[in-house]
Design a protein around this ligand. Structure first.
Ligand code: XUL
Ligand code: CO
Length: 432
């Protein structure tokens, strides 16, 4: 034991009592739609925000003063000890990490890789005594200055090579630890100005890069899912993986739409001018729904604030789409969320996650009840019911001249019908 979390007890579900250190709504064993809540939600802790982020902002540096900060291997191991203690206290089934969150950077590529391998070995040992599994691994191809002009899309082929080699090592690490997915967030795959950017060439590089990642997945027999995480801007002014629709176009262009799915983040959807549920519904309809990064954005600030979710109605909308699509398979709910920089105490870290788990549990249960009630889906189906007749189905394959003849012959004259939005909103509000 590191002692970092003092006497904070392990969280359990307690429907009554007044302990702050208990789940009020998240009962992992509760059966919802025939499945345990833990298996629906598949919560994961994000290593980077919880253990590597120092609390800086554009106007000031580190506010957190963690005993594991530093570049020595011993500190990296202490960080892992604290992380696994927290996973245990919160009883979370998963965690996620970038290479740079977990290992010290070495003097060169070889040393950096050795450091990663040493920590992966350490994680493997810790996982033997823990229930927590790896939801996904990923490579940080955005913090180091070598990536300032992109990774796969960099004008410098040496950066492409470095990035490809790094992703290989991170896929190896993920595979070794039994990860269920591998994520690629295009951190600096984008541009600041078109004046110095060749869009065509950069897209070809990105397509080749992702194709090689898919090849390598098959080569090593990694059975997990490759996931792309869309985001429209930040850090770049324009990010190539803008949103779900854009990434779908990219995957189709390179013939990868059956190989890669999406990790969709609430805050990124908001930045793209969409709702989270829009992005989830679209991904589900395209067969690309993989996993989610759950957080909330500040609706006034216009940047990615990565806060823990606090709104049951919002997360209910998201889980409604996930449940309607059949639930997660390899995916899960990763809290890509960080403390506010004034939240210095170990308790804050624990309570941020526990509160978010309760919010998600309430949201998922509300969404499941509405889905099981069936009224919403029945009303939606009713709206499109006229498409079910053979004559109307034939419209989708008829030519314009024969459609015109039908409109004339049958005297077709459409009568507008209510979309009944308020009625449906009232239905929602009975459940959340
Ligand atoms: C950045 C972000 C990343 C990815 C993983 O906005 O969401 O943390 O989730 O690289
Ligand atoms: Co994310």
């Amino acid at each position: 034991m590191t002692g970092f979390f003092g006497d904070i007890p392990k969280f359990t579900y307690q429907s009554d009592g007044d302990s702050e250190f208990a789940f009020r709504h998240y009962n992992p064993d509760e059966i919802v739609m025939g499945k345990r809540l833990e298996d629906h939600l598949r919560f994961a802790v994000a290593y980077w925000h919880s253990f590597a982020w120092e609390g800086g902002d554009p106007f000031g540096g580190r506010t957190f003063d963690r005993p594991w900060f530093g570049s020595e291997m011993e500190k990296a191991k202490m960080k892992a000890d604290v992380a696994f203690e927290m996973f245990d206290l919160l009883d979370v089934p998963f965690f996620c990490f970038h290479d740079a969150d977990v290992r010290p950077e070495g003097a060169d590529f070889a040393e950096t890789t050795r450091n990663l391998e040493e920590i992966v070995e350490y994680f493997a040992q810790k996982m033997e005594g823990s229930k927590t599994r790896l939801l996904w691994g990923t490579a940080n191809l955005f913090t180091n200055r070598r990536f300032m002009s992109g990774a796969a899309t960099n004008p410098d082929p040496e950066v492409f090579a470095w990035s490809a080699a790094t992703v290989k090592t991170c896929m190896d690490a993920t595979h070794k630890l039994g990860g269920e997915n591998y994520v690629l967030w295009g951190g600096r795959e984008g541009y600041e100005t078109l004046l110095n950017t060749d869009l065509t060439r950069e897209a070809e590089q990105a397509g080749a890069f992702l194709s090689r990642v898919v090849d390598y997945k098959h080569k090593i027999g990694f059975k997990g899912t490759i996931l792309i995480e869309p985001k429209p801007q930040e850090p770049s002014k324009h990010q190539y993986d803008y949103d779900v629709a854009t990434v779908y176009g990219f995957l189709k262009r390179f013939g990868l739409e059956n190989e890669v799915k999406l990790n969709i983040e609430q805050g990124h959807a908001i930045l793209a001018g969409h709702s989270f549920e829009h992005e989830l519904a679209l991904a589900a309809s395209l067969g690309l729904l993989g996993s989610i990064d759950m957080n909330r954005n500040d609706y006034q600030s216009g940047w990615d604030t990565d806060q823990f979710p606090d709104s049951v109605p919002e997360v209910a909308r998201a889980y409604y789409e996930v449940l309607k699509a059949g639930g997660f398979t390899t995916g899960g709910t990763n809290f890509d969320a960080k403390l506010r920089r004034q939240s210095l105490d170990p308790e804050d870290l624990i309570l941020g996650h526990a509160g978010a788990m309760d919010v998600c549990a309430r949201g998922l249960k509300a969404a499941a009840a509405l889905l099981e009630d069936g009224t919403l889906e029945a009303l939606r189906a009713e709206r499109y019911a006229d498409w079910e007749t053979p004559a109307n189905k034939a419209l989708l394959t008829s030519d314009l001249a024969s459609i015109e003849a039908r409109v004339r012959d049958q005297g077709i004259n459409p009568k507008p019908r209510s979309g009944r939005q308020e009625r449906l909103e009232n239905l929602w509000n009975r459940y959340v």
